[in-house]
Design a protein. Structure first.
Length: 92
């Protein structure tokens, strides 16, 4: 549903810079992303990947594909390995 809003020149310039950088595909997408930040979704809600910035959407889709292929590391295992790595670096 199209609507019209008035924003400051500074906000418009910022949104245009975000679009130019490739973070968002359009001003509409940038504004929609900002609106969603006003009231974070509950943790159990489903996020529509099409509303996310393209770069973030691509990373999420790559992560889902890796998980579907079984290419995962469990959090506890990752943290244990990371902890061991840094302990060895400081000689403990």
């Amino acid at each position: 549903m199209p609507i019209s809003v008035v924003i400051s020149e500074a906000a418009k310039a910022h949104a245009e810079a975000l679009v130019s950088s490739g973070r968002y595909e359009s001003l509409e997408q940038a504004v929609e992303a900002a609106i969603w930040q006003l009231d974070p979704l509950p943790r159990d809600d489903v996020v529509d990947l099409d509303t996310l910035p393209p770069a973030l959407r691509a990373r999420i889709e790559a992560g889902i594909a890796a998980a579907d292929a079984g290419d995962v590391v469990y959090g506890e295992t990752f943290l244990d390995e990371l902890s061991a790595k840094y302990r060895s670096m400081i000689g403990r």
